[in-house]
Design a protein around this ligand. Structure first.
Ligand code: HSE
Length: 339
């Protein structure tokens, strides 16, 4: 089937997905019957373009990767709202930067696209953390889908695992490492490198948020625990309900002390139940060798699902990065349109 795609945002993740689409064009057609065409791209830095005959996506990625605008590849005069409302797209890829304060501009883009009866796939954590239930209801009432697999653990299928294969279990607790940047920093600090140097590297590798304060102060992990709580535990937690501590106060001495005790620091995210109340928090903790999370290093993430009748299920995999996050959008696309 022909699938017309509109990109809102064309940063690291958007281009990661675009690159996968280009590289897997034939495979997607043969295996899943998906014949894609990109009809619009709206990015405030790189350009806002529209082309109902299909934008040259390979060229668009090459241009932006080399710091050039994409305006030569389509008709200009479009903006993100117009793409969401008026373009021919069957699905909007919403990949603008996460904003955990008010979810914008992603929240408006998603509302507009769903209201225009377009499917939405997104890795944008803000809108899902702040307004999951509203957006899900909006998608349902318009007969379209909202895919957001990449908002937690990037392309590692944590949410899909929890929602489908683990469907019907009752989650008692979910605990894990959900931020790649901070785990990468802690791993490298343990190896003797400086915080500043490693943070810069994580930014260069496309792991960190546009504003990396979101990673190191725990806001990104907080968005992910809100998503876990509200989607998997059916809670209605808000930002103020989550206790949040980042890693910025950890010193080289703290890290050495943990090492001397055979432990290491991890930024842990946790959602659990206390009676009927769902609780969530993000904070650095020292973990020992018997904890499965002790062994999760670098940009890798992991989640341990504690369930009622299946015991503990653990998922481990890439937690950030251009292709790793782009993959989640591919999974969402195939779920909606694949045969
Ligand atoms: N900045 C995030 C991280 C990206 O480091 O985990 C993936 O959500």
């Amino acid at each position: 089937m022909e699938v017309k795609i509109g990109f809102i945002g064309f940063g690291t993740v958007g281009r990661g997905f675009a690159e996968i689409l280009v590289n897997k064009k034939e495979y997607l057609s043969e295996r899943y019957g998906i014949e894609w065409k990109v009809v619009a791209i709206a990015d405030p830095v790189w350009g806002m373009i529209h082309n109902p005959d299909g934008i040259d996506l390979k060229k668009a990625v090459e241009l932006v990767d080399s710091g050039q605008k994409i305006e030569s590849l389509g008709e200009t005069g479009w903006d993100s709202i117009k793409v969401a409302r008026e373009s021919e797209a069957d699905v909007i890829v919403e990949v603008t930067p996460t904003n955990i304060k008010n979810g914008e501009p992603g929240l408006t883009h998603i509302r507009e696209a769903l209201s225009a009866k377009k499917h939405v796939i997104t890795t944008n954590k803000g809108p899902i953390a702040l307004a999951y239930k509203e957006l899900k209801a909006l998608a349902d009432s318009n007969g379209v889908k909202l895919g957001f697999e990449g908002t937690v653990l990037a392309g590692t299928p944590a949410l899909n695992l929890a929602r489908w294969p683990l469907g019907g279990v009752y989650f008692e607790e979910v605990r894990g490492i959900v931020n790649g940047t901070t785990n990468y920093i802690l791993t490298n600090m343990e190896a003797g490198r400086s915080y500043e140097e490693v943070l810069k590297e994580a930014q260069k590798l496309g792991y960190a948020e546009a504003d990396p304060t979101a990673d190191v102060e725990g806001f990104d992990a907080m968005a992910k625990v809100l998503i876990l709580a509200n989607v998997l535990f059916d809670a209605n937690l808000k930002v103020d309900d989550v206790e949040r501590v980042g890693i910025t106060h950890l010193t080289v001495e703290d890290i050495e002390k943990a090492k001397s005790e055979g432990k290491r620091w991890k930024l842990l995210a946790k959602v659990w139940r206390e009676g009927d109340v769902v609780k969530a928090k993000v904070s650095p903790e020292m973990v020992g060798k018997n904890d499965p999370l002790f062994h999760i290093m670098g940009v890798t993430n992991a989640l341990v699902f504690k369930t009622d009748h299946l015991g503990e299920v653990t998922i481990i995999g890439p937690g950030a990065g251009r292709t790793a996050t782009g993959h989640a959008l591919l999974a969402d696309l195939i779920e909606i349109f694949g045969r």
